[in-house]
Design a protein around this ligand. Structure first.
Ligand code: 6PG
Length: 233
């Protein structure tokens, strides 16, 4: 497992700008290396600005293949769906072939959605890049504290999620780590406590991800308490 690289910017806007450039760079490398760019999108609100920046970027979209780290069990057009947020902010404005955008069929419910998506994802690993956010409790994707999932699962059914909606589908920690690069995007003062806990080595869902390749955490000053170094010393 690789060491985590922590990068701290002054603002969330700078995090988004850096994330956009990093995604475009890794995409170019992946397409040069193996003719495709397999990217897993993060949910929530943090990555939205990055997605909007990508919407006005120049890229070889025809080789991009998009997947999702997790999805809420809502109708496909529901504005709270992670796939819908990405579509409104980015994928609906660029020429990624629709057949290369793979939303999680979470509208089928947690079990069926996880089973179907797990079959799809089993055939596309490893990912080139996985994007992840983090919640205030240290959750990532839809992997929440205290939740247990069958070992060896590719995608998992989530019930009673503490962050609404309660029913979700998530890629497993193992699957999320099965990538050449992993980029965590974490901004805002509300994440500071969880960032500090993570840096101190506390066991959180996000710290269960074992990236196979390189891993970077892009944070802003609000999320990373500058009085604490890495490890909370
Ligand atoms: C979701 C996300 C979730 C999100 C974090 C951070 O479906 O809610 O996948 O894991 O990344 O909760 O959310 P914010 O970026 O909105 O703070």
């Amino acid at each position: 497992m690789s060491e985590l690289a922590w990068v701290r910017f002054d603002s969330a806007e700078e995090v988004a700008q850096a994330a956009c450039q990093c995604i475009l760079k890794i995409a170019h490398e992946a397409i040069t290396l193996h003719g495709q760019f397999r990217l897993v999108l993060a949910g929530g609100t943090t990555p939205e600005r990055t997605y909007r920046l990508l919407a006005s970027a120049q890229a070889d979209w025809s080789h991009w293949h998009l997947y999702f780290g997790d999805e809420r069990c809502l109708p496909p057009t529901d504005s709270a769906r992670n796939s819908r947020v990405a579509e409104q902010a980015w994928t609906g404005q660029v020429d990624i072939p629709p057949s290369q955008i793979h939303p999680i069929p979470a509208e089928l419910g947690p079990e069926q959605g996880a089973a179907n998506y797990g079959q799809l994802i089993s055939n596309v690993l490893p990912f080139d890049l996985v994007l992840l956010g983090m919640g205030e409790d240290g959750h990532t994707a839809s992997l929440f504290p205290g939740h247990r999932h069958p070992p060896g699962s590719v995608a998992v059914a989530v019930h009673n999620a503490p962050k609404p909606p309660p029913e979700r589908v998530s890629l497993s920690a193992t699957t999320l780590g099965n990538c050449r690069h992993l980029l965590y995007l974490i901004t805002g003062a509300s994440k500071r406590q969880a960032v500090t806990a993570w840096q101190k080595g506390e066991s959180l869902p996000i710290s269960q991800i074992q990236p196979m390749g390189s891993a970077e955490v892009l944070t802003d000053a609000a999320a990373w308490d500058h009085n604490l170094g890495l490890g909370g010393s």
